[in-house]
Design a protein around this ligand. Structure first.
Ligand code: SF4
Ligand code: SF4
Length: 576
């Protein structure tokens, strides 16, 4: 009697033809079971004699299904070719344990297979099949849910993201004593749109600040998007191409919405591979912009002299851990070394390295699967030995995920070593140009529109004291004439004006292609959006206008006014 299949097993079998593409079929047929890949795997090295960790054994889990359902040989000689289907939920659980708990999809075995068999791609396919029927570790389900529903894999809420950026910006100004530093959000027409890993918002916001300081001192025209900012992609780990396409698509949408020329990706191996290499296929899109890793961007800044660095500031011995996705899958091996040699004095190579390096053992989403932690840390012994042999005090990597994997194993194996990212070292080596104390508004022309002469004089004095050239207008008509003739860099606007209101003037400015990019700071007694007399927010909505770059309610103090104006100039599309 034919064996009865569970509902989930049946659904998994039905899904099989859609997941196993021609390339995978070729690869599934190609294995000659030579065993050359076996000791390439860190799990095998940590578990000698246990063949369930061998790459070929793990690949056979999928191969047996393929033979049973998709290959004619399996239908004719099933016993000869090892065809075997799957029937019970217990078998699904066993498959889950193998593909999630015994492989980090690091591709080290793939690289060392003479037949070109890509074990990691089978593993991803098998994960995708299980995810399709809801069989996966709880952590994987939770992270994928957050990325689907909240838009990033750590469930960071939009307000927390924006608050963190604002807080980091304030800290930076304080740290560098430089009020002109800004972290522009949703600035249109930038040369660089910078997308990050949500871990930076949640656990390590200093990396956002470090990157911002580097962009600032390089004089980059850059921005961060308010949406579509998560460049990580759990679709790579859980084998769900639909999730992969949706997540990558959000980042691409952000760059296109802002009309960015280049997407720069923060340091994250799988994020880089997903967004730069796999994402366009998953999302089925051609991209009208370039994508590059922040490693390349930072290296270019240093080599072109856009930022100055002093390697003596990083004197501890440093080694480099190649992220599997960055090095083995995407070929970025030389640029991080070149950069490291420019920003630190004692760089020591780790062996083996580059594409032959061992996984940090936290890859493939392993850090989200707590049930396999003991197994993961046991398999990390080879990595710990590699690290220890360098004698370095700092291991640098270019992946936030590797930071967590390495941190965990360093603690477990009691190594005397810190983990850092390249951005940490570039930032600490940064030599900030000592400039003559420049007034923050030097070189800017500001139009002050207000019907009260006292206010015009008061604001004009503040701006002139901070280096600006000031133009005044008591009403909307004179303001428009001044805009046409004097082309100010920014306008402060009172909403309550005689004859024609400030709202009307704002509308005229923003619908005029020539002037729509001039930033506006509303300084009005009726600036509050909830004030009953003028419904400015409603007016903006009705006319489909963007928010002004700043809002202040009278009376205003000098510091508050200067901060708002500097910020508005910093987030403008054209700046000096
Ligand atoms: S995957 Fe490649 S290296 Fe491994 S057993 Fe098969 S043919 Fe040999
Ligand atoms: S992909 Fe990496 S973890 Fe998976 S079997 Fe191959 S070497 Fe082992």
């Amino acid at each position: 009697m034919a064996e009865q299949r569970s509902y989930k097993a049946q659904k998994l079998i039905e899904r099989l033809p859609a997941k196993v593409n021609r390339q995978a079929m070729l690869s599934l047929e190609a294995c000659v079971h030579c065993g050359l890949c076996t000791d390439q795997c860190h799990y095998v090295l940590a578990n000698p004699g246990d063949l369930t960790y061998a790459p070929a054994y793990k690949a056979d889990r999928l191969r047996k299904l393929f033979k049973a359902h998709l290959d004619w040989t399996g239908k004719v000689f099933p016993w000869w070719v090892g065809a075997k289907s799957i029937y019970t939920d217990a078998e699904l659980e066993e498959l889950k344990d193998t593909v999630f708990g015994k492989c980090t999809n690091c591709r080290r075995c793939s690289l060392n297979c003479p037949m070109g068999v890509d074990m990691a791609s089978f593993n991803r396919i098998a994960r995708g099949l299980l995810v399709h029927v809801g069989v996966m570790p709880d952590g994987v389900a939770a992270v994928a849910k957050d990325q689907w529903e909240i838009g990033n894999q750590m469930g960071v809420l939009p307000e927390d993201y924006l608050d963190t950026i604002q807080w980091v910006e304030e800290e930076l100004r304080e740290e560098y004593k430089d009020p002109s530093i800004s972290i522009p959000v949703d600035k249109e027409g930038p040369d660089v749109v910078y997308a990050i890993n949500p871990r930076e918002v949640k656990y390590d916001p200093r990396t956002i600040g470090e990157a911002a300081a580097i962009f600032h001192y390089a004089g980059e025209n850059w921005t961060m998007p308010s949406q579509g900012w998560d460049m990580t992609n759990f679709g790579l780990f859980n084998g769900d191409d639909e999730l992969g396409g949706a997540v990558a698509g959000r980042v691409y949408d952000a760059v296109e919405r802002l009309r960015g020329k280049k997407l720069v990706l923060s340091e994250c191996g799988h994020g880089y591979r997903s967004t730069r290499c796999e994402g366009p296929n998953w999302a089925r899109r051609d991209l009208p912009f370039e994508t590059e890793s922040a490693i390349i961007t930072m290296l270019r800044y240093v080599k072109e002299g856009r930022i100055k660095v002093d390697k003596a500031k990083n004197a501890l011995p440093v080694t480099y851990h190649d992220s599997c996705n960055m090095a083995r899958s995407c070929g970025i091996t030389e640029e991080p070394r070149e950069l490291l040699k420019l920003v630190c004095t004692d760089f020591r190579e780790m062996y083996p390295n580059r594409a032959e390096n061992y996984c940090c053992t936290g890859g493939g989403g392993a850090m989200s699967m707590s049930e396999y932690s003991a197994r993961r840390l046991k398999s990390a012994k080879i990595k710990a030995d590699q690290l220890r042999a360098t004698g370095a005090k700092v291991v640098v990597t270019s992946c936030h995920n590797c930071v967590d994997g390495l941190f965990d194993l360093i603690r477990h194996y009691k190594l005397d070593m810190q983990v850092k990212l390249l951005v940490n070292l570039v930032s600490s080596a940064l030599v900030v140009p000592v400039r003559p104390r420049v007034k923050p508004l030097s070189g800017y022309r500001i139009l002050v529109v207000d019907d009260e002469p006292d206010v015009r004089v008061y604001l004009g004095r503040i701006f002139e004291d901070h280096g600006a050239e000031v133009v005044e207008a008591p009403d909307a008509n004179q303001a428009m004439r001044a805009i046409v003739q004097q082309k100010p860099d920014l306008m402060t606007l009172d909403l309550v004006l005689p004859k024609k209101t400030g709202e009307k003037l704002y509308w005229e400015l923003k619908k005029d292609e020539r002037f729509k990019d001039i930033p506006v700071v509303v300084i009005s007694g009726y600036a509050r959006i909830d004030f009953p007399k003028i419904d400015f927010a409603g007016f903006l909505r009705e006319k489909g206008l963007s928010q002004p770059e700043g809002f202040l309610e009278k009376p205003v103090g000098p510091e508050q006014t200067i901060a708002a104006v500097v910020k508005a100039l910093g987030s403008a599309k054209t700046g000096k």
